[in-house]
Ligand binder design. Structure first.
Ligand code: GLN
Length: 486
């Protein structure tokens, strides 16, 4: 097996057995990035020197008998996570010149475990998008077909793992940004429970929805990474102070007796029929593995897209007000006065989608419209959360497709926001309710990957990971690599 087709678990075994060193591993992936990135545009910053320094430190630690749990494992960070001394641009011209003065908690924890940072991955501007086309740094391309989008907003991380430019990458998910790109490029991705992983140092989009997670080739690797990333952080006021289970140890839990609810609203109009058939086949497979399948209805779930597009822009309009041309980020040339400084710095720094969200958000929060839009959306959000709660009274896991279609052409939806927003019709509900959810590859339609989504109750990550792992033991979709990157 080549180094890049190995999982993190396999690489750890190889490093432990001294089959190769962390430096050799880092060099292998850096070479692959150099060769593939011009076409894919998955990385916005490659930190080669830092990677080699991290790798040397990892090799020394291992030689001294002090190897961390991820010692020598190369990884890429979505460029939304602050990295000390390294540009953190969040896909935006606004932060093109921003060198973060500290590491995000996620970055810090993964580094402390011995991992090796290869670089920062491209993303939709401020994580607003479903196709990676809103990035100031240009679109990311899908390794399965370079004419297609990789999904978004963690499209750079997704393409990185799919093309095996790193065995694993971090991501964030506000309305589907880990799961949807994972589905569109054929990798595994998990968005944990809101509050499970610290948001400290993660550039805020919609704070009540944002959650950090991981993209990897296997559910097992997701478990491995999550174990290090998760846990209480006093620097994040919404971080939850609860013990982190050993996700890896719980991976072997059998599917027998697990009750799986098939969400009927996820199989209606809008779902591509070939995708639907593959997702149903995957669900049947879970049934064959011992799970009990039942039909479940969440009638308000179809309202999740309109609800999200009130709540998320409202929060983003508030969060992004800090980019004023004064404290950090882009500043316009020769401002006439303070107002001109604000207006031109923001006008030049933000792209069209971000401006659309700020304006929508400002509108729904304004006096006179607040009750009609923001308050109403919050009420519907509560209803959706209540529906999930009641569903989880009778089932352990909810399942359905991750995305209504496979990857679409670059340019196909970018001028039609409503069509673009509908990409997240199956993923947003989990963010509104704050519950964990993941996507795993479950087949190919027209040569492009399809994802199966699994949703769990709060803190139900272990069960999701175990179900996904059981499925991956019986299937090989997650092992397939696009021909040019094999
Ligand atoms: N596609 C959704 C949006 O554009 C979700 C993005 C995300 O999860 N960050 O807002």
């Amino acid at each position: 097996m080549s180094l890049h087709s190995a999982s993190v678990t396999e690489l750890l075994a190889g490093l432990g057995a001294k089959q190769f060193s962390a430096v050799e591993l880092a060099e292998h992936f850096l070479k692959r990035i150099e060769a593939a990135n011009p076409a894919l545009n998955a990385f916005v910053t490659v930190t080669a020197e830092r990677a080699l320094a991290d790798a040397r430190r990892a090799d020394d630690a291992r030689a001294a008998g002090q190897a961390g749990p991820l010692n020598g494992i190369p990884l890429a960070h979505k460029d939304i996570f602050c990295t000390d001394g390294i540009r953190t641009a969040c896909g935006s011209r606004m932060l093109d010149n921003f060198i973060a003065p500290y590491d995000a908690t996620v970055v810090e924890r993964l580094a402390a475990a011995g991992s090796v940072m290869l670089g920062k991955t491209n993303m939709d501007e401020f994580a607003m998008g479903s196709s990676n086309e809103t990035s100031h740094y240009g679109p990311v391309r899908n390794p399965w077909d370079l004419r297609k989008v990789p999904g978004g907003s963690s499209g750079g991380s997704a393409a990185t793992v799919a093309a095996r430019l790193a065995p694993v990458a971090t991501g964030t998910d506000t309305g589907g940004s880990i799961r949807q790109p994972a589905a569109l490029v054929g990798v595994s991705g998990i968005k944990p429970t809101y509050g499970r992983v610290s948001r400290h140092g993660l550039i805020a989009f919609a704070s009540s929805l944002d959650q950090a997670g991981v993209l990897a080739t296997t559910a097992e690797d997701c478990a491995l990474l999550l174990r290090t990333m998760a846990g209480f952080d006093p620097r994040d006021s919404t971080s939850i102070d609860a013990a982190v289970p050993d996700y890896l140890a719980e991976l072997g839990a059998p599917l027998k007796g697990v009750r799986i609810g098939i969400v009927s609203e996820f199989f209606g109009q809008g779902l591509d029929s070939e995708n639907g058939a593959l997702v149903r086949a995957a669900i049947d497979q879970l049934g064959k593995l011992g799970a009990t399948l039942v039909d479940v209805s969440c009638p308000n779930l179809p309202l999740s897209v309109p609800t999200y597009y009130v709540v998320a822009p409202a929060e983003c309009s508030s969060n992004l007000s800090r980019f004023d041309g004064v404290r950090f980020g882009h500043r316009c040339k020769d401002p006439r006065d303070l107002l001109d400084l604000y207006q031109r710095s923001r006008g030049e720094g933000f792209g069209a989608e971000v401006k659309r969200r700020i304006m929508t958000g400002t509108y729904v929060l304004s006096a006179g419209y607040y009750d009609a839009y923001y308050l109403k959306a919050q009420k519907v959000r509560s209803l959706i959360a209540a529906e999930f709660r009641s569903a989880f009274g009778t089932v352990d896991i909810l399942v359905g497709p991750t995305s209504p279609t496979t990857a679409f052409d670059i340019g196909a939806k970018i001028d039609d926001p409503i069509t673009m927003y509908l990409n997240d019709i199956y993923t947003i509900g989990a963010n509104l309710a704050g519950v964990p959810a993941m996507s795993v590859p479950c087949g190919f339609a027209g040569g492009l990957p399809v994802g199966l989504q699994l949703i769990g109750p709060h803190f139900g990550e272990s069960r999701l990971l175990a179900a996904a792992h059981a499925y991956q033991r019986e299937t090989d979709f997650h092992r397939r690599v696009p021909a040019s990157y094999a």
